[in-house]
Design a protein around this ligand. Structure first.
Ligand SMILES: [Zn+2]
Length: 186
């Protein structure tokens, strides 16, 4: 009897753990796509006009690095910071790139705090496909704002159409917060 109860307890703990992950259903189609078809690198930019920047959800593109809203976010305001050069791992970055990226991650956290008032953040990088990187060849840092109870946040924007509208709104909301970035970095 005790053994059965222990088994049931373990199962309910596992369910609770699973339920505490963010639910982002569109990511499964994104992962399937990135695994099956080779595609152009989303971080390597050819043109830098205002239209291209907003179409690609880029909030800042400087000589060393850029800041971009994730099109397949884990949460509202999920940003990515990437070097401009197409490199796969941080040890390949120059001193200047490392400095700029560290500054941009700090700046992104500060701006997201001001714009969205999150309770916490996940900040980090997945190096290599086996670690979960969608674009493994061009390394990037994720800055993901978190709120208490946000594991239930995503079902509201579960359809692609609603998601893209939501992304445009997030971009419009965050863009002014990144206007002063040149001054902040200098
Ligand atoms: Zn690239």
């Amino acid at each position: 009897m005790d053994r059965q109860r222990a088994k049931a307890d373990r199962r309910s703990e596992a369910v609770q753990r699973r339920d505490q992950r963010l639910w982002a259903p569109w990511r499964s189609s994104y992962l399937a796509r990135t695994r099956s078809t080779p595609q152009r690198c989303i971080f390597c930019l050819r043109r830098l006009g205002a239209v291209q920047l907003s179409r690609r959800l880029i909030l800042y593109a400087g000589p060393q690095a850029l800041v971009m809203l994730n099109r397949y976010p884990y949460n509202n305001g999920h940003l990515m910071v990437a070097p401009r050069r197409h490199v796969a791992s941080p040890e390949l970055l120059s001193r200047a790139e490392r400095t700029t990226i560290a500054d941009l991650v700090a700046y992104a956290v500060e701006r997201l705090r001001a714009a969205l008032r999150p309770a916490a953040f996940n900040v980090g990088a997945n190096l290599g496909r086996a670690a979960g990187a969608g674009f493994a060849d061009h390394m990037h840092w994720h800055v993901v704002p978190r709120w208490e109870g946000d594991t239930n946040f995503m079902p509201v924007i579960a359809s692609t159409r609603v998601l893209s509208q939501h992304l445009e709104e997030s971009y419009a909301l965050l863009a002014p917060h990144f206007k002063a970035i040149e001054t902040a970095l200098s």
